[in-house]
Design a binder for this molecule. Structure first.
Ligand code: GLA
Length: 696
């Protein structure tokens, strides 16, 4: 394993010692030159080590097709370097300048309704436009050649949040590229016709040229066409990423390349499991959802990002010090949340903690978005909190490079199932794939059991328990893999609307859950989705919503864990479990929510001999993660509540808070350095008697 720290992890430009990186997007082009000197002085005061520069600077770098103005950026790069601040340099292709869209309006994306997305905002370019690609790559080449040898250059930042605004483009360029993509997938038109089920509604194609993106149609567009368009759209942006990356690699082979993902909330158009291998290190942007579920959502996203990075350090490219500007109501962070949220990402493997943005804008659409240096200036509570965070991250330098220690429970996360399960013309439009996955994550949090949120292609052997919520799309290879997992002693739990279709979104016949029917040992004859707000009772004391199943056939060896006691299916099985050798396959036919999932979770965890590694008083009140480096490990305990939590009973030296007490503050985070437990994957974390030392 290569143990050299990545460039962006160097504590300063002049040292190779690793530390956690700290910084922000820096947009000096919005400010006069004199402000830059104030900026770098304040960055030094805050302990900033890295900034992302040039993200929206295309118009300033290339003011006309034939003019290049790099001098100001030279100045910025030199200034940052002179102050020991490294640069994650953007390729600046995110937002094309007015001269380009005026000369080439054919690069502008087109919506599903055929409307042009005009310039005036940002990211108004078609992922498949050859014209845009040509201009973008010329810019990339110019920047890369100019700064190839610059000592501040630590990493390349390709574009910005690829797909944030332009992922679904229905233009003629998209139609052309979609056909090319389909030819590669199906080779022959009859195969496409079969896969898309075009005998339905007279949709049979006789020529590739007849095929279009799923533009606004008179009735539900063909579901497989929609699913393939989602696959294609993710791939089209991935191709753009690759094009920029490959060019950068020819010019600066030693500079690591990333692009900032958006593993957060309901953003789902980019299959990041498929993208993660394309970058030299994974970077993510995350914005806290206000309200009670927000922290769990953050932790879930950070967890998944860490698994996309395969346990290696990743880069939190953006989050917010306070309010954003793009929700209907933009509330600031509450006391303690700035530090907590930053460390919650570190808990899941982030080795860089960066914000959008360094200095709060005075003009433009984001002037009400928080930043590290707010409108109020240096003498503000927010800036003091930023400085505190910088100091805390310095105290956590030993964590840099430490890998995430795998958990014993995996939650399978599958982008194609996410896309397919939420398509139109389904039994219910209320189903939300990610919400069900989050419910399981929260249920495990409440049990005090660590979980990894893993892409569905992840090897499962090391996990005694695998939860696969709404695993809707089950190609034969995945079915086989899950059957082998259970046969070799694994405990699989899955839910309603799983196992239903193959990769072409065709029903797997013979009764639901199609591909998983034999493994689960049951047959569902009919779905019974529930109206919004309706619930059914189960005889284990829990309550289901959203969905029920009419379970008709149970295999001889399938047991019933709970039955419905109300609703149409009262008396029938609601939760089943089929023991298979030392393993088991469990099915949950309704939405139970985090608390309702506990009984079935407890049965599964007990069967798999998986236990909480936390003292009883902390279980369910903290998120527990472990990062490990050689003979040391770091326990992160993130307070999930607004109350103090007793964390007495955990052996080790407190890194954060220094000389910390045995009680975790409301919204607090503790980081405890301990001797590594080498008992390995699949073993519970032993709780040892307390002997807390100050870390110094
Ligand atoms: C995204 C973008 C940033 C900025 C922030 C605001 O993450 O990448 O440029 O617009 O949103 O939250």
């Amino acid at each position: 394993m290569d143990t050299t720290p990545p460039r962006w992890l160097r504590r300063t430009a002049s040292t190779s010692a690793p530390g956690l990186a700290f910084g922000a997007d820096y947009n000096p082009e919005q400010w006069p030159r004199a402000t830059w000197d104030e900026d770098v002085a304040a960055m030094r005061a805050a302990g900033v080590t890295i900034v992302s520069v040039g993200i929206f600077a295309w118009a300033r770098l290339q003011p006309t097709a034939d003019t290049w103005t790099f001098e100001w950026l030279d100045d910025v790069m030199d200034l940052l370097h002179a102050n020991g601040i490294a640069v994650d340099l953007a390729t600046a292709t995110a937002s094309p300048p007015p001269w380009l869209t005026a000369a080439h309006p054919e690069i502008l994306p087109v919506t599903v309704r055929g409307e042009t997305m005009w310039p005036g905002g940002r990211q108004h370019w078609r992922p498949t436009s050859p014209v845009f690609r040509r201009y973008a790559l010329a810019l990339v080449a110019a920047i890369a050649n100019r700064y190839a040898g610059h000592p501040a250059l630590a990493a390349w930042h390709v574009s910005n949040e690829l797909g944030c605004h332009n992922v679904y483009d229905y233009s003629d360029d998209a139609a052309h590229a979609f056909r090319g993509w389909l030819r590669q997938r199906y080779h022959r038109l009859d195969r496409l016709n079969d896969a898309w089920g075009t005998s339905f509604w007279s949709q049979r194609y006789s020529d590739w040229a007849e095929i279009l993106p799923p533009r606004l149609a008179a009735a539900h567009p063909n579901p497989t066409q929609q699913l393939d368009f989602k696959r294609f759209s993710s791939d089209a942006l991935k191709e753009h990423l690759r094009a920029e990356r490959d060019l950068l690699r020819t010019i600066t082979p030693d500079v690591p390349i990333t692009t900032n993902f958006m593993v957060m909330g309901e953003t789902n158009a980019m299959d990041y499991a498929d993208w993660a291998g394309e970058v030299d290190f994974v970077a993510n942007d995350h914005y806290l959802e206000p309200g009670p579920g927000g922290l769990s959502e953050l932790l879930f996203s950070a967890n998944l990002t860490g698994m996309l990075a395969q346990g290696r350090p990743w880069f939190l490219m953006e989050h917010a010090t306070g309010a954003v500007n793009w929700r209907p109501v933009n509330v600031p962070k509450r006391d303690g949340e700035l530090l907590r949220d930053a460390l919650a990402h570190v808990a899941h493997g982030a080795d860089a903690v960066c914000f959008f943005q360094w200095r709060q804008s005075a003009a433009g659409a984001e002037k009400y978005h928080s930043a590290m240096l707010p409108h109020a200036g240096l003498d503000s509570d927010l800036f003091r909190r930023v400085v505190d965070l910088g100091a805390t991250l310095r105290a956590l330098a030993p964590v840099a490079g430490a890998r995430r220690r795998p958990a014993e429970v995996a939650i399978l996360f599958d982008w194609v199932s996410w896309w397919a399960s939420e398509q139109d013309s389904h039994p219910t439009s209320l189903l939300r794939y990610r919400s069900e996955a989050l419910d399981w994550y929260r249920a495990l949090q409440r049990a005090g059991v660590r979980a990894d949120v893993v892409p569905s292609s992840t090897p499962l052997d090391g996990y005694p328990v695998v939860v696969a919520p709404i695993l809707h799309v089950v190609p034969a290879a995945l079915t086989d893999r899950l059957a082998r997992y259970v046969a070799s002693g694994g405990h699989l739990v899955t839910t309603y609307f799983s196992g239903i279709v193959d990769e072409n979104d065709h029903i797997i016949p013979g009764g639901y859950p199609g591909g998983l029917r034999a493994l689960l040992g049951l047959r569902v004859d009919e779905f019974g989705p529930l109206p919004d707000g309706a619930t059914v009772a189960l005889d284990n004391g829990t309550e289901g919503s959203l969905w029920t199943d009419r379970i008709d056939g149970l295999a001889d060896d399938t047991g019933i864990l709970a039955r419905y006691t109300t609703g149409e299916y009262a008396g029938r099985a609601a939760i089943t479990r089929r023991p298979v050798g030392r393993g088991s396959a469990t099915y949950v036919s309704t939405r139970l929510g985090p608390d309702g999932l506990r009984p079935v979770l407890d049965i599964t965890l007990a069967a798999a001999d998986v236990h909480s590694g936390l003292p009883a008083a902390a279980r369910g009140r903290v998120e527990h993660t472990v990062r490990q480096a050689g003979d040391e490990e770091f326990w992160f305990l993130v307070n999930l509540t607004d109350e103090p939590v007793d964390i007495d009973g955990i052996d080790g030296a407190m890194l954060v808070p220094p000389h910390g007490p045995a009680v975790l503050a409301p919204r607090g985070v503790a980081v405890i350095q301990r001797a590594a437990d080498h008992s390995g994957h699949g073993k519970p974390d032993p709780v040892r008697p307390v002997s807390r030392q100050a870390s110094g």
